[in-house]
Write a protein that binds this ligand. Structure first.
Ligand code: ZN
Length: 114
């Protein structure tokens, strides 16, 4: 499962961070996940339980923030929201844009520990 690997690296990063701050428990983790990343939030939650078992992050609250996909139209100099797929058409001028500004995020955005 794709999500398991993603969660392993996120939890690894969180545990390293906790050690660096001499924290013994992680209470809450917030991940930012782009809608184009292909990651299932439900699978992520399942992976979280598996990966955190027996670690300082066991029983922590996981929050998944969905980041909507946005592409950039150079002709209009503005961003527009996109759903999915690989070709994005600007709703203002109809030109194609290959420049996705956000939507591929997979990052740890907040961490609460003590
Ligand atoms: Zn445009």
């Amino acid at each position: 499962m794709h999500e398991l690997g993603i969660m392993e690296s996120a939890v690894d990063a969180a545990l390293r961070e906790a050690r660096a701050h001499q924290a013994s428990r992680i209470h809450r983790m917030v991940l930012r996940i782009g809608t184009l990343s292909g990651v299932e939030p439900d699978s992520l939650r399942f992976a979280f339980d598996v990966v955190t078992e027996g670690t300082a992050a066991a029983g922590a609250q996981l929050e998944v923030e969905s980041v909507p996909a946005r592409a950039w139209c150079a002709a209009c100099a503005q961003e527009f929201g996109v759903e999915s797929g690989f070709i994005y058409v600007c709703p203002h001028c109809g030109r194609l844009s290959g420049e996705v500004r956000q939507g591929h995020e997979m990052e740890l955005s907040r961490l609460e520990m003590s």
